[in-house]
Write a protein that binds this ligand. Structure first.
Ligand code: UD2
Length: 323
């Protein structure tokens, strides 16, 4: 059966970015195995692939879901599938504890999931000759940078356990690539937004929160005066970057994933209120501590190495998110 479609593992595949990645991989004809511990991931995000015609019979583009916490390793979760259907060809590693603030409260949890999880994935890739590992890193690896846009050559000085563990993961990817011949790419995501991003946590992405409020005609709260900027990149563009990275022959590569454009949080709030029908009002609360003032990615490397340019205009992405 191993002559069939390649098997791609997506860790964190039931989450926001993960489920969009799974959609694109299955649409491209892959057999996809999702590993997710469902702490924040949702089976509903994968609902369209749960019909009988997408059952993992080894022949068709299809989905298999295994409940698995990457912090405990992935060999046992994958063994029943690989012994039946053949080897894992590629891995998109997205499973993570996603909150910077939570990482400060619980650095050891962050380390075991975000760094330990990456080591488990890389150990699997080494032992099983996986052809490529693409990893979701973060702009958080840079820390406080004043010069914009931020290029990959900027020294990494992370200022949170989250940023440290993402950076440590990048170093591990590079080590496994150079010493153990596991081809790897790390993508440094800037502020990703789009449908299925969960707005319910206070640390959820600002667009998911503002969209949720605007739909309800409720108040939008800006932390600080709203002059801080972010580079918001639509999840569909991030998925194109991930698919390019996991299919690509590039190894030991790190690349930013953003748009190269920035917008202030105030302008963002005003745009979302207008798109939501204008019923909401905007209020200000004290600025969050330890927050970066400006963020904008240099995206030359993403274009040059992977041929990917984010192409979704913010207004279009916001409309899709509000819909
Ligand atoms: C993003 C990432 C984080 C990490 C970090 C690296 C998200 C969700 N988080 O954090 O994982 O990679 O970048 O630098 O992408 N805001 C409001 N009102 C709200 C919520 C937020 O004004 O109700 C502001 C917030 O103060 C900040 C901006 O919106 O200035 C963006 O906040 P965020 O939490 O979406 O993302 P960020 O940039 O803190």
């Amino acid at each position: 059966m191993s002559s069939h479609k390649p098997i791609v593992v997506v860790t964190g595949g039931a989450g926001f970015i993960g489920s969009h990645t799974v959609d694109a991989l299955i649409e491209a004809g892959n057999r996809v195995v999702v590993l997710d511990d469902f702490r924040t991931g949702k089976r509903a995000n994968l609902a369209r692939w749960l019909a009988p015609e997408h059952r993992f019979d080894g022949a068709h583009a299809a989905l298999e879901i295994v409940t698995c916490d990457v912090a405990h390793g992935i060999f046992a979760a994958l063994e029943p599938i690989t012994s039946r259907y053949g080897r894992v060809e590629r891995i998109v590693h997205l499973a993570a504890q996603v909150s910077v603030v939570a990482s400060i409260a619980n650095p050891l949890v962050d380390m075991s999931v975000n760094y330990g999880g990456t080591l488990h994935v890389l150990e699997y890739a080494r032992a099983c000759n996986v052809s490529k590992v693409a990893f979701a890193s973060s702009a958080a690896v840079y820390g406080d940078v004043t010069e914009m846009p931020v290029a990959e050559t900027t020294p990494c000085r992370p200022v949170s356990p989250y940023g440290i563990d993402k950076y440590a993961s990048e170093l591990a990817l590079d080590y496994y690539a150079s010493v153990h011949n596991v081809p790897t790419t790390a993508l440094r995501f800037f502020n990703v937004y789009g449908p299925r991003q969960d707005p319910t946590s206070p640390y959820s992405g600002v667009i998911s929160i503002f969209a949720d409020r605007a739909r309800a005609g409720a108040l939008l709260t800006i932390f600080g005066d709203g002059s801080q900027t972010r580079d918001f990149v639509y999840v569909g563009d991030v998925v194109r970057a991930l698919l390019a990275a996991v299919a690509d022959g590039n190894t030991r590569t790190v690349a930013n994933v953003g748009t190269g454009r920035e917008i202030t949080v105030l302008e963002l709030a005003q745009t979302i209120v207008a798109l939501g029908g204008g019923a909401s009002t905007i209020a200000h609360a004290p600025a969050r501590g330890g927050e970066i003032l400006k963020s904008r990615a240099n995206v030359d490397r993403l274009r040059d190495r992977f041929g990917v340019v984010a192409q979704t205009p913010l207004v279009d992405g916001l409309r899709a998110t509000l819909a």
